[in-house]
Design a protein around this ligand. Structure first.
Ligand code: TYD
Ligand code: MG
Length: 452
């Protein structure tokens, strides 16, 4: 056996170093590098059968129809790209207490009526899981449980029992005896996941890995798992909010950035099938700083409220804080506003919030954010039935966004009467009941603002 080699590994991003350093050059984290003993990784997986390596001409490759298995929850199927693919590995990440165990327990308990399912828990006892399942009145007869954290044992048991679906709750608690580092360290997490993914691929078992997230919002350790698995789903949203959002961050079998929407109830997670209005704060009186936009995350348009608060700053370095939107983008928008319309916020604190805990990843929120900032700055509320979307360019131009029509139609369905949109998104045919105000530049948009 090869002599164990010493490796220093960043516990945030998994970058390896030959010696200790204070700051990781991969993710810039300080004091995240610890020493982990590892062994040469070759010749380790020869124990599994069925991996003979042969050269194949592409035309000889036979395709098995991807067998997609419905999870029983349409919203979960949506983020998975249409259902669970047998033999695929799915990582579900999120803050502690957000509902990862709940959603998987619900899903696999129902699936266990058709297929053999093994739920491995390294965190909760069998009693705790059973208590939850009974409270949620889940089918339990054919659901197999295992409380263990030793991957080698888990794989040996799985090889005996041959479950079609294997759930690991959570990957951070697992360890392999091939490594001597502690469970939860990046080396162990990566090693355990690699063995489990290999097992899943070779046996055609669908594998769910649960992963916790650090305070900074990174999958702790499991960041390094993202390229090992086929699908990465990530819980978004705040815990004190009833709604839970699952986003597909990576998917080899479907679209990314697709969202699945759920509500946490006393009966577990319920899917929300008409989600377009859940991100509105619900008030009917106009409020300064609050604007509604239509964003397109994944395949459907969602109406979302963005709120800004602009206030005189009492410190030399005014604050820019944004929740639900990249703060770099906020700084850029403030610079555009200053440069192209002379509206300066350099002595102001600017806070921005997307209602409901959604992360807006697309640029269609630029123009509504500008309006929210102006509305707060001038303390002038805009009507609640006004919809705004559009992307801003650095030259102060307003660019079109994808699926303009769809966004407008969704808004019209919810009774919006006026829409400020990029010129190129203005519909050719009239939309019943909706007045469209196309704009081409920031300057034009601000003139529009003054008309309200
Ligand atoms: P859990 O799935 O244990 O979180 P994770 O595995 O991501 O750490 O979720 C637990 C939270 O969900 C906890 O705060 C209580 C809440 N919850 C409900 O509100 N209703 C329910 O029916 C269940 C099972 C949990
Ligand atoms: Mg859990």
């Amino acid at each position: 056996m090869a002599k164990p080699k010493l490796n220093f590994c960043c516990q945030h991003c998994g970058t390896l170093y030959p010696k200790w350093t204070g700051q990781c050059s991969g993710c810039n984290a300080w004091n995240s590098i610890i020493e982990e003993k590892s062994e040469a990784t070759t010749s380790r997986y020869q124990g599994y059968a069925g991996t003979e390596s042969v050269l194949t001409r592409m035309e000889e490759v036979t395709l098995n129809d991807d067998i997609r298995l419905s999870s029983g929850l349409q919203e979960l199927d949506r983020v998975l790209g249409g259902g669970i693919i047998m033999g695929s590995a799915i990582l579900i990440g999120g803050d502690p207490g957000i509902g990862k165990s709940t959603i998987l327990l619900q899903t696999v308990a129902h699936l266990s009526e058709k297929l053999k399912v093994l739920y491995v828990t390294g965190e909760e006892s069998l009693q705790q899981i059973t208590l939850r399942a009974r409270r949620l009145s889940l089918p339990e007869k054919h659901l197999w449980l295992l409380a263990d954290t030793h991957v080698d044992t888990i794989i040996a048991k799985a090889q005996q029992e041959k479950p079609r679906i294997l759930v690991i709750d959570s990957i951070q608690t697992m360890y392999s005896s091939l490594l001597s580092s502690a469970p939860g360290s990046v080396g162990q997490v990566r090693e355990s996941a690699m063995q489990l993914v290999n097992y899943a691929k070779q046996t055609g078992t669908a594998l769910f890995l649960i992963g916790h997230v650090t305070k900074e919002g990174h999958l702790a350790g499991p960041r390094v798992l993202e390229h090992m698995v086929d699908t990465v789903l990530y819980f978004e949203g705040e815990q004190d909010n009833r709604y839970r959002i699952i986003r597909a961050v990576k998917n080899r079998f479907g679209a990314v950035n697709e969202l699945g929407l759920f509500a946490m109830t006393e009966k577990g997670l319920r899917e929300v099938s008409h989600p377009s209005a859940i991100f509105l704060s619900g008030g009917t009186t106009p409020i300064a700083g609050s604007i509604i936009t239509a964003t397109k995350e994944g395949s459907r348009p969602l109406l979302v409220e963005v709120q800004a608060l602009v206030d005189q700053s009492h410190i030399g370095n005014p604050r820019r804080l944004s929740v639900g939107l990249e703060s770099q983008r906020l700084s850029m928008l403030l610079a555009i506003l200053n440069r192209h319309s002379g509206i300066s916020t350099h002595s102001m604190d600017v806070f921005l919030n997307v209602v409901g805990g959604l992360q807006i990843m697309e640029t269609g929120a630029d123009l509504p954010i500008i309006f929210a900032i102006l509305s707060s700055l001038k303390n002038r509320p805009l009507p609640r039935d006004l919809l705004i979307f559009g992307e801003l360019g650095l030259a102060g131009e307003i660019r079109p966004v994808a699926s303009g029509q769809e966004r407008l139609k969704e808004a019209a369905k919810h009774g919006f009467k006026t829409a400020i949109v990029p010129q190129a998104n203005a519909p050719k045919k009239e939309i019943a009941g909706m007045r469209i105000l196309p704009v081409q530049s920031v300057k034009e948009a601000i003139d529009r603002f003054d008309e309200f």
